[in-house]
Design a binder for this molecule. Sequence first.
Ligand code: NAP
Length: 278
Amino acid sequence: MSADKSVLVTGCSSGIGLCVAQELHKHGYQVFATARHKDDVTKLKELGLTALLLDLDDSLSIQNALKQVLQETGGTLYALFNNGAYGQAGAVEDLSRDVLRKQFETNLFGWLELTNLVLPVMRKQGYGRIIQNSSVLGLVAMPFRGAYNSSKYALEGLTDTLRLEVSHTSTNIHISLIEPGPISSRFRANALKAFRTHIDAENSVHRDLYKKLVERLEKEGPSAPFTEPPSAVFKRVLHALESPKPKIRYYVTFPTYLFAFLRLVLPWRWLDNILKRY
Ligand SMILES: NC(=O)c1ccc[n+]([C@@H]2O[C@H](COP(=O)([O-])OP(=O)(O)OC[C@H]3O[C@@H](n4cnc5c(N)ncnc54)[C@H](OP(=O)(O)O)[C@@H]3O)[C@@H](O)[C@H]2O)c1
């Protein structure tokens, strides 16, 4: 794959974004690895990557990052990997309007804004790939994940609609969703931080169940069976970038295949009986 294939990746300070940026670089792509903190941008540069600041909560930061990318590429961009996000753990009843809004700012609105800036570039050049890192939690719901679940369900809806609309104007812009199940990363540590910052656990009706939730989020190493490394996601990203006919949805990990299947075949109440244990 030649270096004229430029890819912009969000959320590269850790986990999947970091892995995908490094692997694409090794595969000869012109990678623009982005992170929202200066020290992470410095670390990415030390790894030999072209790195930029991009905070999904900040429109100006999104615009500036894309401007710099386009300056370096002469106005083109082969692909965008929308990835940066976090999980706001906590029961739906304990979510304030502001906390849910914050979850959507990062996990959905930032992605939408960046995508809408990138699409005219792709349309002008006549090709492009947009890859959305969604989740098994964009397909099924689990308790205490309502903020994150709803942001990924919204991403699924927005992406499905976008794909239909883009097909009216371009046959050479492909949009794919990746649906990872458990992947080892900083996701749980960051979810714990968001939980402690935004949820009043002591005064919640769910106080006792929250103890189990905190134990799960505090656990080092894989907390769920069938956890895979970020490279499992990278494999699907590479296919979405290189296949002449990329898939609309890529399932990653056994739990995603399982729940995607169960949701099609089981009555909703049976599915609830399984999902409420998680
Ligand atoms: N790990 C899993 O089990 C799993 C499963 C399904 C889907 N996913 C999805 O995979 C993607 C990557 O998550 P991960 O597992 O790699 O977790 P991670 O290690 O926590 O990485 C998340 C990345 O998103 C960045 N981010 C958070 N808020 C941001 C903002 N406002 N602007 C820009 N970047 C921001 C983080 O930066 P900071 O370091 O600055 O916070 C970090 O670089 C997410 O979309 C997540 O929903 C993960």
